[in-house]
Design a protein around this ligand. Structure first.
Ligand code: ADP
Ligand code: MG
Length: 261
């Protein structure tokens, strides 16, 4: 009997790039971790430690220079349909309305959008709180609303895995908290495996089941920390003593030098 493979598995993954001066740049080194099915995993690390690179590896947009990335037990060799991606900027097309933006990937892939896809897009817009905005243009929406459109678009093909690269970092603090709770609600209603990249400690703790704390470049796993805070999480979670203890612990890990082996 074989164990069900995890949604995502990194096996000793390394990534080098050719730097501008022609010398290799080590972005990631010896990365090993797993993301369980329907787990919410946050990846936290300083700028430039390879977080976006890690996401692009899972998405199949680049190939690792060492080790292997697997999705449901199969090596990633190319972009796959079971993945949805939300980037920091939602990059909406200004000449399409909100509905047109959510369905754009289908139009792009198949040259047309079916009635069923359009109906599903409307359902997802309702899920992200934009039921009344389907006919609006992106520039009529706030930053938070545009990010919601980006989330609906990523969910349209019902991916098993949702990759989010600092999706709320361009928002103001209040919208950011609001979007975090929205995301938790959506994740509860539509369970998904989520990889959420951030450099904000409170955001990681509020959202995740576990937090992968990375070192500076080359990015390595410094610690994988379970977040045993009760769900559903709310504003009250932010003032729990356990929340502060975890935040203090992570801060210590992020700003300490690696311990010599
Ligand atoms: P983060 O998202 O954590 O800020 P990135 O994954 O974007 O970090 O980048 C990690 C490191 O790899 C950086 O030093 C970056 O300059 C380098 N890097 C990323 N992509 C490329 C590339 N395509 N070519 C060369 N260097 C790259
Ligand atoms: Mg990045």
């Amino acid at each position: 009997m074989s164990r069900t493979p995890p949604a995502v598995r990194f096996r000793d993954v390394g990534q080098r790039f050719q730097g501008a001066d022609g010398r290799p740049v080590a972005a990631l080194d010896g990365l090993s971790f797993e993301i369980g099915r329907h787990e919410f995993l946050a990846v936290l690390g300083p700028s430039g430690c390879g977080k976006s690179t890690l996401l692009r590896l899972i998405a199949g947009l680049i190939k690792p220079t060492a080790g292997q990335v697997e999705i449901f037990g199969r090596p990633v060799t190319e972009p796959r349909d079971e993945i949805g991606i939300v980037f920091q900027k939602p990059t909406l097309l200004p000449w399409f309305d909100v509905l047109g933006n959510v369905t754009f990937p289908m139009r792009h892939k198949h040259g047309r959008v079916t009635d069923a896809e359009r109906a599903r897009a409307r359902e997802l817009l309702a899920l992200v709180g934009l039921a009344d905005f389907a006919g609006r243009r992106p520039d009529e929406l706030s930053g938070g609303m545009q990010q919601r459109v980006g989330i609906a678009r990523a969910l349209l093909h019902d991916p098993d895995i949702l990759l989010m690269d600092e999706p709320f970092s361009a928002l103001d603090a209040l919208s950011r908290d609001e979007m975090s709770f929205e995301l938790l609600r959506i994740w509860t209603e539509r369970p998904k495996t989520v990889l959420f990249i951030t450099h904000a400690i409170p955001e990681a703790l509020l959202l995740a089941d576990r937090v992968v704390v990375m070192s500076g470049r080359p990015g390595r796993v410094r610690e994988i920390l379970p977040v045993p805070l009760a769900r559903p999480r709310s504003m009250a979670t932010l003032s729990e003593p356990a929340f502060h203890d975890l935040a203090r612990h992570i801060r210590g890990r992020l700003f300490s030098r690696p311990v010599a082996a």
